[in-house]
Design a protein around this ligand. Structure first.
Ligand code: MN
Ligand code: MN
Length: 461
């Protein structure tokens, strides 16, 4: 054997996905990404993504799960978890005792949340006070056009939905930054302190209402809000209002190979899971799609992945088939579909490039996340990793390896650990992202498409 032959048979050689994808698949990829971009424009919060998924599921014949569900092969159910998270299932031809094939992503993303008593006026400028949600570099958020998304629950029992800043005719909101001319002290601060949490105050307006009195700008803004939404100041206590980057996602690069959007993490995998699920006929094993909330703050709360809502959903299905939930879990597999950090040559020193995901190399499989000595990771087994790579290879999915940066460089987590805690074998995999958690993140179209194919392969495994 020549060394070339030996190399071919013994060594691993990663190849750019563009050298492996057919022209028919490229066309499919473009059309998939066009639909994905429309989804991203419509969904910037967990509530919007959940509402979108419910509406689409209804069109596809999914029914809300009820106690008298039959759970027969081909039946399609969903659970709308309080408007902030959704779990869907297509019942397989095999019993749930054989386990389910689960894909779990999250639909919440880092942002700024409006505080419970948010409104004030200073120097005749009206502001909202905010509290950031998830891990952000606070200095990235001033001078970015922001949109206000959310709901206000009024005392009379009605809920109003608020969206300002997305229509071309809408105003946007903004946090100011210090002019460079006076920033001598600021520029010496560590990046974590350049903009502090209590400086993320969002400008609402500057025009005073006519007449006498104090806080005339604030009063003016409250009057505008009251006219449009029927709300009064105390209603902010029972509201969830979020500041997110305003505007639509865009193709990036002269070759249009990338997509910039707010919140690819993790709506890019959420959309992949949904698209794959909706394309299923009757799978062998029951296919379950989870779009969870609260991943960015630890998967906590009633709509987070640690919530018993998942057991409630799966137990209802298992009951219908006279199967024990624990037996179903023990035989299930979960792809924790979440993004990875794409290798960025600008910050090469933060990664081990031999073990880092790269743009255009396909869905990235991540054995463990965590920090320090893998702390907090679910650390998938060799067997689980083998199941995933074999499943992807058999379905011609372009995949690669991911780790979260250099050893001791930092870390993070996903919902994987919480699925594994349920005695469900779980592996992380998803789309590589540049500028993760920034107001605009970047992904490659090819990786988006391959991640959808990866979810489909898992559902059919
Ligand atoms: Mn994520
Ligand atoms: Mn994240």
């Amino acid at each position: 054997m020549t060394n070339d032959e030996l190399r071919q048979s013994l060594l691993m050689e990663a190849k750019n996905g563009y050298t492996r994808i057919s022209s028919a698949q490229r066309a499919e990829m473009e059309s998939y990404c066009k639909d994905y971009m429309a989804f991203m424009d419509a969904c910037k919060t967990e509530r919007e993504a959940t509402a979108w998924a419910v509406a689409e599921a209804e069109k596809q014949g999914f029914k809300p799960l009820t106690a008298n569900a039959q759970a027969k092969p081909g039946d399609k159910y969903y659970l709308n978890n309080r408007g902030k998270s959704i779990i869907l299932a297509v019942i397989g031809s095999e019993s749930l005792a054989k386990g389910a094939n689960i894909c779990a992503a999250h639909v919440d993303s880092p942002r700024m949340d409006v505080k419970p008593n948010p409104m004030y006026e200073d120097s005749e400028i009206a502001y909202f006070k905010t509290h950031y949600y998830g891990g952000i570099k606070k200095y990235q958020w001033p001078t970015v056009p922001l949109a206000l998304h959310g709901v206000v629950c009024k005392k009379d029992g009605t809920t109003v939905t608020v969206t300002v800043g997305e229509d071309d005719s809408d105003p946007v909101l903004m946090v100011s930054d210090l002019l460079i001319h006076l920033a001598a002290d600021q520029m010496q601060k560590p990046a974590a302190k350049v903009i502090e949490g209590e400086q993320l105050n969002v400008i609402l307006g500057t025009e005073p209402i006519e007449g006498d009195g104090s806080d005339l700008v604030k009063l003016h803004i409250m009057k505008l809000l009251n006219e449009k939404y029927g709300i009064i100041e105390s209603d902010f206590l029972s509201a969830e209002l979020h500041l997110v980057p305003a505007g639509r996602c865009r193709e990036v690069g002269l070759d249009r190979s990338l997509i910039a959007a707010y919140g690819h993490d993790d709506r890019v995998c959420s959309y992949a899971e949904l698209a794959a699920l909706f394309a299923l006929d009757v799978p062998a094993k029951t296919a379950v799609c989870i779009l969870a909330d609260k991943e960015e703050i630890g998967s906590v709360g009633v709509s987070g992945m640690q919530s018993d809502a998942f057991e409630y959903f799966m137990d209802t299905l298992c009951d219908a088939q006279n199967v024990k939930l624990r037996e179903c879990f023990a035989n299930s597999f979960c792809l924790s579909a979440d993004v990875s950090n794409a290798f960025d040559p600008n910050f090469a020193e933060t990664c081990d490039r031999r073990n880092n995901s790269k743009l255009n190399y396909g869905v990235s499989i991540c054995k463990y996340t965590g920090s320090r000595g893998k702390g907090g990771a679910s650390d998938a087994s060799a067997e689980a990793m083998c199941h995933v790579r074999t499943t992807f290879d058999n379905a011609d999915v372009i995949w690669q390896i991911a780790t979260l940066g250099k050893v001791d460089q930092g870390g993070g987590g996903t919902v994987a650990a919480y699925m594994a805690n349920r005695n469900i074998v779980t592996v992380d995999a998803g789309v590589p992202v540049l500028s993760m958690h920034a107001p605009l993140e970047l992904v490659s179209k090819l990786d988006c498409y391959e991640t959808m194919l990866a979810c489909k392969a898992i559902y059919l495994a």
